[in-house]
Unconditional design. Structure first.
Length: 276
């Protein structure tokens, strides 16, 4: 039986993940996932593609969702009261992958802290209450500031298969954290089984397949140090996981079709399979 063995939320896009034992699955994914975005002075989002130092910034959202703490090596943590946008109509214009969004700016203290840690002018913004982004794929849905769909699922079988290939080439294996999944599944014997899932129930929620997870240069960043450590895993993936959608793929993306509570140990029960 396939089960959930890890749940990880990423409150600030590009920053470190937060492992949890249980979490609410909302329409936009795991609670707080990618609800914050770091942008430059021009409003363009920052990611590990260009700012690998984001990887060592560790966010923590309080249990009541009102406070965010940011921590990074060599600096005092930032304790921030979240501006959710309900008290003010003011909005910031931001851009992610060329698409415009409206966001709630989180103020000067957060901007100063991030600018110092990243060594470049930066601001922190949050999705506003009226955020109505529509994501594409086989099962349309919504998300916060995720690259595309709300939930990224990856199996241990897929990672083990990749690492066996990397080891055969005489190079060091890569950890699951390189791929930044939300749900890690164990119990499938065949790698890439997640590619064929079309519907699944997990805990009290339900997921619908949207697309394969196309891998980018973020997978070359060592999340422990915030430095680029390529060429793996992209070199090996290029040898066996090129897909018609363009690029190389590992893992799968899903929309949320029913909300509920998820917990480590929940069954990942597939209710509909695809043929490819």
């Amino acid at each position: 039986m396939a089960t959930v063995v890890e749940l990880i939320s990423y409150p600030v896009k590009g920053c470190a993940g937060v492992p949890v034992d249980e979490v609410e699955l909302t329409e936009a994914g795991l609670a707080h996932d990618r609800s914050f975005l770091v942008v430059g002075a021009d409003g363009v989002f920052r990611s590990q593609r260009t700012d690998p130092g984001l990887a060592v910034i560790r966010p923590e959202v309080s249990a009541d969702g009102t406070h965010l703490t940011l921590s990074a090596p060599g600096t005092e943590p930032l304790h921030h009261r979240i501006e959710d946008g309900t008290a003010s109509p003011a909005r910031a214009d931001v851009t992610m992958f060329g698409a415009p969004y409206r966001a709630v700016d989180q103020g000067e203290a957060a901007a100063g802290w991030l600018s110092e840690v990243l060594g470049a002018p930066s601001r922190l913004v949050r999705v506003p209450p009226e955020h109505d982004r529509v994501t594409d794929g086989l099962t349309p849905g919504t998300s916060g500031f995720a690259d595309s769909s709300a939930v990224h699922v990856m199996s241990r079988a897929s990672l083990d298969d990749l690492n066996s290939r990397i080891a055969a080439a005489g190079r060091a294996p890569v950890p699951m954290t390189r791929f930044r999944p939300n749900i890690v599944v164990d119990g499938w014997d065949v790698p890439q089984t997640e590619d064929r899932v079309r519907r699944a129930t997990v805990g009290g929620g339900e997921l619908g397949f949207t697309k394969l997870a196309i891998r980018c240069a973020v997978t070359l960043v060592d999340p422990a140090t915030g430095t680029k450590a390529g060429p793996e895993p992209l070199r090996t993936l290029a040898g066996y996981r090129r897909v018609p959608e363009g690029g190389v793929a590992l893992g799968a993306k899903f929309s949320v079709t029913a909300t509920g509570k998820l917990a480590v140990g929940d069954a990942f029960q597939v209710t509909a399979w695809g043929t490819d």
